[in-house]
Design a protein around this ligand. Structure first.
Ligand SMILES: Nc1ncnc2c1ncn2[C@@H]1O[C@H](COP(=O)(O)OP(=O)(O)OP(=O)(O)O)[C@@H](O)[C@H]1O
Ligand SMILES: [Mg+2]
Length: 259
């Protein structure tokens, strides 16, 4: 479903954020990506949907080439990729339902959405998506009136409303408390299992990676330094990926953290 073939990304200014990355992800996989700040995790996800151009190599999604794709082709590719963000990226002044309907934008003619004339089947789809994340009763509440965890669920529902083949989540729980973090990760896991949506999640808490990942990818200075089954991951694996010992700061665990 996803294939990176010798992919490098060099940003203007010369930072090499990805170096010769080879990676294949099959349909339905749940992959967690870890690495120190600046290792290239966000760049990897952004390169996948063409938000950041790869400067070398090939990236295919369902056999469609992303690198050098036309604007129209990129729109088509992105319509099948749901994105979930650390800061939720909701429109605060409107309702939860309207936020989720934005996930249908690529499927609905612009004039209809501009006037709020969403076809009934799109409204149904949006409500179903809210049901999947357990907040359908919040459909008519303003997005700004929700808790962080609820806002992230709206973010997930918006991505789901796209009917995506792939979900990309860039540190989806970084802004949430430990309990809410686990609830949101559980939602992502359940959606992956129930709907078979291929899921890539960037995480910086290593205990969460271990609890929820099935396959772990480790990045270090833009290079893929680990790719394997989470069951084979040890503390040494994380130390190798990070190039240093693991500290309390790398864990979400509530016992040692008071925040
Ligand atoms: N738009 C940009 N222009 C120039 N350099 C960038 C840009 N975005 C990222 N970088 C650089 O590319 C490298 C990889 O960044 P990236 O955001 O992919 O890392 P990350 O693993 O997601 O880090 P974090 O855990 O802090 O989110 C870093 O050195 C970063 O400073
Ligand atoms: Mg990042």
């Amino acid at each position: 479903m996803i294939r990176f073939d010798n992919v490098s990304v060099t940003y203007r200014g010369g930072v090499k954020a990805l170096r010769g990355l080879d990676l294949t992800v099959e349909e339905g996989e749940f992959v967690v990506i870890v690495g120190l700040s600046g290792a290239g995790k966000s760049t990897l996800l952004r390169a996948l949907n063409g938000l950041v151009p790869a400067t070398e190599g090939s990236i295919t999604v369902n056999e469609t080439e992303v690198v050098g794709a036309s604007a129209a082709k990129l729109r088509e590719i992105r319509s099948k990729i749901g994105m979930i963000f650390q800061t939720f990226n909701l429109v605060h002044r409107t309702t939860v339902l309207n936020n989720v309907l934005m996930g249908r934008l690529s499927a609905v003619p612009a004039w209809r959405s501009t006037f709020g004339l969403w076809p009934e089947k799109d409204r149904e789809k949006a409500m179903q998506s809210l049901e999947r994340v357990g907040i359908v009763e919040k459909a008519y509440v303003r997005a700004s009136d929700l808790s962080g965890g609820q806002q992230q669920r709206v973010g997930i529902a918006r991505a789901l409303a796209q009917d995506p083949l792939i979900m990309l989540a860039d540190e989806p729980v970084a802004a949430l408390d430990p309990i809410t973090s686990r609830q949101v990760m559980t939602d992502l896991q359940r959606i992956n299992e129930d709907l078979g949506i291929t899921t890539l999640v960037n995480l910086h808490f290593l205990d969460l990676a271990r609890e929820y990942g099935k396959r772990l990818i480790g990045l270090r200075e833009g290079e893929l330094v680990f790719d394997g089954d989470i069951a084979d991951v040890t503390d040494e694996t994380f130390q190798q990926i990070y190039g240093r010992s693991i500290t309390e700061e790398d864990l979400l665990t509530t016992e040692t953290r008071n925040d």
